[in-house]
Design a protein around this ligand. Sequence first.
Ligand code: 6R9
Length: 696
Amino acid sequence: MTSKTSTSTSTTPADTQTDTHDTRDTHTTPAGTNIDNLLHETRRFAPSDEFRATAVATEELYERASGDRPAFWGEQSKTLLHWHTPFTRTLDWSNPPFAKWFDDGTLNVAYNCLDRHVKAGNGDRIALNWEGEPGDSRSFTYSELTAEVKKAANVLISLGIGQGDRVAIYLPMIPEALISMLAVARIGAVHSVVFGGFSAESLRARIDDASAKLVITADGGWRKGKVSPLKPAVDAALALPGTNTATGTGDTTPGTHTVTNVLVVKRGNNPVDWNPDLDLWWHDELANANPEHEAQPFPAENPLFILYTSGTTGKPKGILHTSGGYLTQAAFTHKNVFDLHPETDVYWSTADVGWITGHTYVVYGPLANGATQVIYEGTPDVPHPGRWWEIIEKYKVSILYAAPTAIRTFMKLGRQIPDAFDLTSLRLLGSVGEPINPEAWVWYRDVIGGGTTPIVDTWWQTETGAIMISALPGVTTLKPGSAQVPLPGLDIQVLDDQGNPVPKNSGGLLVVAEPWPSMLRGIWGDPDRFVETYYSQFPGRYFAGDGARLDRDGDIWLLGRVDDVMNVSGHRLSTAEIESSLVSHPRVAEAAVVGASDETTGQAVVAFVIVRASQEGDLVQEIDVLSAELRVHVATQIGAIARPRQVFIVAELPKTRSGKIMRRLLRDLAEGREIGDTTTLADTQVMNIISGSIAR
Ligand code: 6R9
């Protein structure tokens, strides 16, 4: 039972410093039109004296970073990492946009995440507390994790994997996922983690694009109360005709591929087909492996991983990250943004390793910093809807990093579920993946954080490798709904269409104006697409594809992907603003809006909303009343221009496994088109459910 006192979402927490100014200001969109700004959020949360007293990050970081940025990163890198050969150069930007960081230094990424903590006397510290969905659990100290990774590295070598070779990892959230990634890194090879939920076709396309030599998978993993098979998808993927035309073999004969072995972890105990020419059991190979393995140094720019991210058009992009710069920014951000005290904190990022958040904030950042962390295999509602809170209580989690979509789902279910658990160990909360609307932010702090924890809303991307925009807890006075400030050492700007910085109180396009250590080094096998996608809009500067707005203080508010921006009668409206308005209505738990073509206005706003559980009652009769009420609500908050043409009350929204709403599919629905490609949805049935609820 919780002993924490929580304030309700409608009252202002005691330590709030409410800004008395009316911040309802006008913002100029990139198109130059003016709309009333919705984000007139005035609640402010200054760091408490107690938090400030022990905070890792201080104001001084900004000062130190304000001069020579590459020199600042060089200093951080030397402090945070072990370099086998120290670098003498920081940034080489002689061939933009292809950056090199610390490129005459050598290091071993896995050594930095494992052996050095053992050598420093922290071998007995827990690295990993793993919780399986059915309730089984395993823990690894830093010594134990190092020993496993050494054996796995020797297995990879025995299978002919060496520096630069690509290894596809298609695993559930089990310790072997982390062990595999670290073993690949340890021998200087390159991993490509593919979400366990992706289809055989998606897996095959990724295997082919990277010409992977080895696939590491499991028989199956636990999801939603049952074993979800994985190995059959690998078998099916390898039996498909190849997709490789640009790189690799170029051979498209069915069953012809670059894979020489499939290493299979036993997890689900489900029956699997066995191909003796390719397949090997992980446990057999590890049992026979040499336990000794000395980590060799590799150049700072040695490729570390490829991670595929879907573009709006065309095939997924294989985002390439390298070693020294990536690990520097992963460690720096994990330590400073999450206020990590590795001796005492228990950190939990709920992200799957198939997402960039799982790479940087489950594997590399926390382990480079010697943190103790929790990972969980399954879904948040199995076997009961309080599962996450039970895990926090069990392991006394102090830092929680989750996505707004999860927070809104918990809001929808009601606070009585988390209230039944002791969450008093939590002292910091993080958010990632989407804009977090102020209502969800305040609920997160009040209900999960006991009304006291700072929340860091962290903006970044697969491409940026690590957090770029975030408050620093202990320094920044927090504003619900805003990611706020670029981290020290970064030059982030909001530009108009012509490439000029916009003034405060205006909106534009989010750009990173200078190279940063964990930036992508390219798109695997396609340098032209790299330049074209990110560096053609504003040459020399990285275009993130997101719209953003500067408020009166110069703080940054993210407005969603510019591809999702709607144009209604010549006014550009952001999805984030209208969705945030809908969610601020007491009956709405989640909302997604899209622009659908409209004869009169060019595009019209169409909204899809999920209502809160406690309010569902005799909803069917009320749907029309509620839709009308929500249309008025948006018109009142933002302006008539943003009033949705239609509001559909739905049971689900289509989301990727990292929780992002796939608005493209909703647009298909709103415009009465056939639904497009749904292969990256977390739940492929969801579009049928939504079509069903619209037809009601
Ligand atoms: C880490 C991650 C990147 C896109 C990004 C933006 C959105 C992520 C956000 C956010 C507003 C935040 N995004 N964090 N929007 N506030 N705190 O999510 O990487 O999966 O590559 O997605 O996610 O639109 O451009 P990735």
